[in-house]
Structure formats: structure tokens, C-alpha cells
Write a protein that binds this ligand. Structure first.
Ligand code: NI
Length: 164
């Protein structure tokens, strides 16, 4: 296993739609993605953030609170979104130093293949629902700030630009 470099915005790969994994064995990539996410340290990491242009993300929403719950999602699809929305601060390992106040559906259902090759469908709530939507967006080349109103988006991009 190895820690991979994390691409930083505005790398164009972060704006690119990823390809399905299908039946390819990507267990080595997933192991590296978990190691990279824990080292960052972060709670979610999507393939394109390490230059793997495939529809896969990993997340672990509990590990920073002492409870490891690793989850790898291959070829995920959001099959249901709640009408109830939630707003909260989101960071991104590809855009360190800034937070976006993003509004998203509070709950979702996510269908995906796990790291063992098992097809699953989970009902996600709370931070897990938000994190999964953030990572799912990466697979479509969408950054968190795309959800912001224009003035907030401009401010976030200016703040980020001032950091580099
Ligand atoms: Ni991100």
C-alpha cells in the first residue's frame, strides 16, 4: 500500500467525469485510497482526487471519533434523495484551507458495489449522507463550491486563491 499524491484544484481532472469500473479488480487502488485518506487526514476520497479517473470513492465518517467504519463504493448511484435539505460546512482534500456552506438533501439511498464485490444499497443519514454526496459529485467532475450561490462561490475561490 502507498499514500498517493492528492490532486489540488484547479487540476482539470477534478472537473472530469469518471468512467465506470465494471468488473475490473481495483482492490489495490482502493487500499491505496484508504491509506491516502487516513494519512491526509480526511473522511472521504474519490478516485479522481488521486488521478484515478474511475467511479470509485472511499469514506470513513467515524474514524476521527474513534470508530472505524471504512466503506468503499464502486460504481455508486444515488437512487433516492430526501426532500428535506441540510446545510453544513464541507471541506475537500483537493481544496485545503477553505470551507463551503453547502445545502444538499439530508438523506439519500446509495447503491454501489463494495470492496468485496457485493452489491449493496444503503440508506444514509447525517454526515454519511453529506459525505457520500460530496464524494459522488467528484465522480461527475463536480466540486462542492459548484452548489454555492455565485457570490459565495466567488468569495470561496478568492479565499482559496489567496492561500496559494
Ligand atoms: Ni472533495
Amino acid at each position: 500500500m502507498s499514500v498517493l499524491p492528492i490532486l489540488q484544484w484547479p487540476d482539470p481532472r477534478l472537473n472530469t467525469r469518471c468512467d465506470p469500473v465494471g468488473t475490473d479488480d481495483i482492490s489495490a487502488l482502493i487500499a491505496d485510497m484508504f491509506e491516502t485518506m487516513y494519512a491526509a487526514p480526511g473522511r472521504g476520497l474519490a478516485g479522481p482526487q488521486v488521478g484515478a479517473m474511475l467511479r470509485v470513492f472511499v469514506m470513513d465518517v467515524g474514524w476521527k471519533d474513534g470508530e472505524k467504519t471504512p466503506m468503499a463504493c464502486i460504481d455508486p448511484e444515488v437512487t433516492w434523495r430526501s426532500e428535506e435539505m441540510a446545510t453544513g460546512p464541507e471541506g475537500c482534500l483537493s481544496m485545503p484551507g477553505v470551507l463551503a456552506q453547502v445545502t444538499r438533501p439530508a438523506e439519500i439511498r446509495l447503491a454501489y458495489t463494495d470492496q468485496g464485490g457485493v452489491l449493496r444499497e444503503d440508506h444514509l443519514t447525517g454526515f454519511a449522507a453529506i459525505c457520500a454526496q460530496h464524494e459522488f459529485d467528484h465522480l461527475n467532475g463536480t466540486m462542492h463550491f459548484a452548489h454555492l450561490p455565485e457570490t459565495e462561490r466567488d468569495r470561496l475561490l478568492a479565499d482559496y486563491g489567496a492561500l496559494s
